[in-house]
Design a protein around this ligand. Structure first.
Ligand code: GLA
Length: 387
């Protein structure tokens, strides 16, 4: 967790004004990977790692943004917002400002300080946490309001336009809508969400960060999305009326397998089977069947590794070493893939030895020290009130 009082003190020292403070969490996806942009289902929860933004108005049209965690200050001119896509963190802020402005929100010049403990590129949605926290802060200073879903959509637009990733809605939706102690079952077509109490009994959610970030992630992500769209296009010749892989069953896919090239077929098989696993995982979680949920997570990883091909050697080692430990019900990569984190269901009493042994075994195989921590399901974006 980021300390709001420390951020406020740093803000006051640098800018000499008393700020308002907003936070937005990162997320871990329990299951439902690469399904959101296929109109499918996801089951994420917000984590207790977040981006916190302090903001105060200034008299001109500039945004001056100081990132404490990156030790960097950038400026944006609200009269002259650019097209982003420079591959730097300020692209996200510029994207949010542009997307809000194009929704008719009259932004005001501001001094901003932010700090984050969501690891950048770790697959825990550091970008959504940044977008949503900054978005909330900018809207507040503008003196207007925005509903939560619109704010999530603004974050997604920023990624599409200013960052160049054709992401789905899961990350931003979770960062605004999450409820403490709950996971969200989100239907990414209707955007209907069901809050599911995270009752794991003796188990807890544990995150293992591989500490590798492969540069392939962005281009491969967009390519996967194209593969899925191409599958839908081919299948719609025989399945009229389908709009997304959400509308196709596994039986239908098998029946028309010969129409698809093998790669596209496997991409489709992942998405269709993952939707099914996600719905079953939500049922298992609701019924308190943590073992069943763990089994579905293990199958999800295999499908992401073999059919969707978004895992990598390091993530596979983390999952394999996790599954070999006592007290583990399930382990899988989480997020976009090509590095980043795994999510695990680990018994509380086994956590210490899990952490030591997985770290040691992973390091012995890769030479990299992972970061392993337990995550609590936290609340979505909000203002932090301080005195
Ligand atoms: C990234 C994207 C999400 C989602 C996941 C994969 O986190 O931002 O929209 O597609 O990858 O499930």
């Amino acid at each position: 967790m980021i300390s709001a009082p420390e951020l406020v003190a740093a803000f006051q020292q640098r800018y000499g004004a008393k700020p308002r403070v907003f936070r937005a969490p990162g997320r871990v996806n329990l299951i439902g990977e690469h399904t959101d942009y296929n109109d499918g289902f996801v089951l994420p929860m917000a984590i207790d790692r977040e981006t916190v933004v302090a903001i105060a108005p200034r008299p001109d049209r500039m945004l001056r943004i100081w990132s404490l965690n990156l030790d960097d200050t950038q400026e944006l001119d609200l009269n002259n917002l650019g097209a982003g896509r420079r591959g730097v963190w300020i692209d996200y802020v510029e994207g949010i400002a542009s997307a809000l402005a194009s929704r008719g929100i009259a932004l005001k010049g501001s001094d901003i300080a932010l700090n984050s403990d969501v690891g950048i590129g770790s697959g825990l949605s550091s970008s959504a946490a940044l977008e949503i926290a900054v978005g909330k802060a900018l809207v507040f200073i503008s003196g207007t309001q925005i509903d939560r879903l619109s704010l999530a959509l603004v974050g997604q637009t920023a990624e599409h336009v200013h960052v160049g990733i054709q992401c789905g809605i899961m990350d931003q939706f979770t960062s605004v809508h999450a409820a403490k102690g709950h996971a969200i079952l989100l239907d990414c077509r209707s955007l209907e969400a069901k809050q599911i109490p995270l009752t794991l009994g003796e188990y807890q959610v544990v995150i293992c960060d591989s500490r590798v970030r492969h540069t392939l992630a962005a281009s491969e992500y967009n390519r996967r999305r194209q593969d899925c769209e191409s599958g839908v296009k081919s299948l719609s010749a025989v399945l009229p009326g389908i709009r997304a892989l959400r509308d196709v069953t596994l039986d239908q896919l098998e029946a028309h397998r010969s129409m698809l090239d093998d790669t596209v077929y496997r991409r489709c098989r992942h998405v269709i089977s993952e939707n099914d696993r996600t719905l079953r995982a939500a049922e298992a979680l609701t019924a308190g069947d943590v073992t069943g949920m763990g089994r579905l997570m293990a199958r999800s990883h295999q499908s992401l590794r073999d059919d969707y091909e978004v895992s990598c050697g390091e993530l596979d080692i983390l999952v394999e070493r996790a599954e070999a430990q006592p007290g583990v019900l399930g382990a899988r990569m989480t997020g976009g893939g090509f590095g980043g984190c795994t999510v695990n269901l680990v018994s509380r009493s086994a956590f210490q030895s899990f952490r030591e042994r997985v770290a040691q075994e992973y390091q012995a195989k890769t030479g990299i020290a992972p970061e392993i921590f337990a995550a609590e399901a936290s609340a979505g974006a909000e203002e932090i009130l301080y005195r």
